[in-house]
Design a protein around this ligand. Structure first.
Ligand code: ADP
Ligand code: RBF
Ligand code: MG
Length: 165
């Protein structure tokens, strides 16, 4: 995928409210404007990378892009699970991410427990892969230090601008 690493940011919106939080795996959803801006070579599936809320600390993340085949969604979503325990929700804030690598395609599972186990395995893989020197470097990219903190129309900067820096 020639577009990796891929930098993007956008407001955190409400998702399907399916209670991924109750599963212990909340995912911050991006609006359509961010999903529709994805380059064509970024296929659906599971990715790992770095994420930052507003201009807060930078944490490891895993992201799911697609139609969640287990739930048969009709709408393509882009959901980030930040690998950190937050004290509060951050709906309405700007989430900045860099997608660093691809883990696997999305698939369906026989049970919810199997889906959760797969996601937890993704999280473990992300933690290990992000420790590689080339991947650690992206954590320090000034993309994160220049993060806007308010949801404005300019917050959803097109990928050509961000990735052309
Ligand atoms: P929704 O369907 O609205 O996306 P979720 O159950 O997936 O609901 O919860 C997502 C929300 O939880 C995020 O928008 C964010 O405000 C909050 N949240 C708290 N901790 C995290 C985290 N570690 N990663 C992602 N979102 C988190
Ligand atoms: N949904 C699926 O239907 N199939 C998957 O393989 C799948 N993998 C995921 C991997 C990660 C790391 C994350 C964060 C989510 C994944 N999801 C997958 C999405 C999950 O179904 C979704 O977060 C919940 O339905 C809440 O919206
Ligand atoms: Mg969500």
């Amino acid at each position: 995928m020639k577009s990796l690493p891929y930098f993007c940011r956008g407001e955190v919106i409400r998702g399907f409210g399916r209670g991924s939080k109750e599963l212990g795996i909340p995912t911050a959803n991006f609006p359509d404007s961010v999903v529709d801006n994805l380059p064509a070579d970024i296929s659906t599936g599971i990715y790992y990378g770095w994420a930052c809320v507003g201009n807060g600390d930078i944490y490891k993340m895993v992201m799911s892009i697609g139609w969640n085949p287990y739930y048969k969604n009709t709408k393509k979503s882009m959901e980030t699970h930040v690998i950190h325990k937050f004290k509060e929700d951050f709906y309405g804030e700007i989430l900045s991410v860099v997608m660093v690598g691809y883990i696997r395609p999305e698939r369906t599972y026989d049970t919810l427990e199997d889906l959760i186990a797969a996601i937890n395995k993704d999280i473990e893989e992300a933690k290990v892969k992000l420790e590689l020197p080339d991947n650690l470097k992206l954590r320090n990219d000034n993309f994160f230090t220049s993060a806007p903190t308010l949801p404005t129309t300019t917050a959803v900067v097109s990928h050509t601008v961000i990735n052309g820096h």
